[in-house]
Design a binder for this molecule. Sequence first.
Ligand SMILES: [Ca+2]
Length: 344
Amino acid sequence: MWKKKVLLTLFAFFPVACSSPVQLATVQPAAQPKNPPKIEQEIKPVCYDKECFIRANPFWTPEEWYAFFDQTVYKQTIINALHRPSTSRPWYQFRQNNVSNSTIRNGVAFWKQNADALYRIEQEYGVPAEIIVAILGVETQYGRQMGSFRVVDSLTTLAFTQNDRMGYFQQELAEFIQICNAANKNPFSFKGSYAGAMGMPQFMPSSYQKWAKDGDGDGWSDIWHNPADAMASIAYYLKSHHWQTGGEWSIPVDVALTNEILDLAEQKTKMNHTAGELRAMGVDIPSRIANTEKVVLYRMEVAPNEFTYYIGLNNFYAIWQYNHSRQYVHAVMEIAQSIRSRMH
Ligand SMILES: [Ca+2]
């Protein structure tokens, strides 16, 4: 089951990748290619060598695959990054590092530069401009830090070095090559994070297949260079994950600190309770939220050992699906609100 879940997960927001300056891929075709047809990727068994992978992906001949692999470079730094233990920082530290004045200031400038396209995308998808801008800010600093690894090196290294997600990266590699083939692009010209997350919104190839959009109507979803395409892709992603126009995202709540509540606040993020059920457990939820509404209870450490409890609503969950981190959602929301307030 995890494999299926991972496929639906965006490996966005990798701090390692974000530490490098952007080096834009040079992909300027003579003629504008059309978006490739969506590829239905079946779940394939994990391969432990390239021969097996080549047999499983016959859209290229073995000679073409071997010529390709000859040009890819194994990167130990990618494996090191994969195995680096993920440290779960409390919110008050995460906030300090991710909600910066420069991100807000640059977000305001980015909005002004792209105001027409943003307005159009906001109207089409029903996702507010400030949310789209804030996600671009947190992911890649508005395209300034999209990752410095060649996507082919990242995916090949991760696909053929023993790790728990080999099968996942093999599928991502196959999808990436098929995207490039169908669009007549050179796969070696694209850069991304160490894990292969690509472009301004940091989409993995499978996410690109499902949710990348052509925001400026030139026929190619260029999430690497074209802000309109990147913005439309983020908006479509959120819309596809049930963003509700005008909906709330998260509300601070008073709680009765029972063991049941403490347990619940530490569980995985799932919209598996209703507001009515939480009210019955002693959570003080504002009356405007209907008893039937699905919510998730969680808490954020706002200072050492000081917690604020929240209920996350539908739009909290939509953003959480972009990046499975409550801190990420709060950073996006805080940046979005600050940017919006400076636009008036
Ligand atoms: Ca485009």
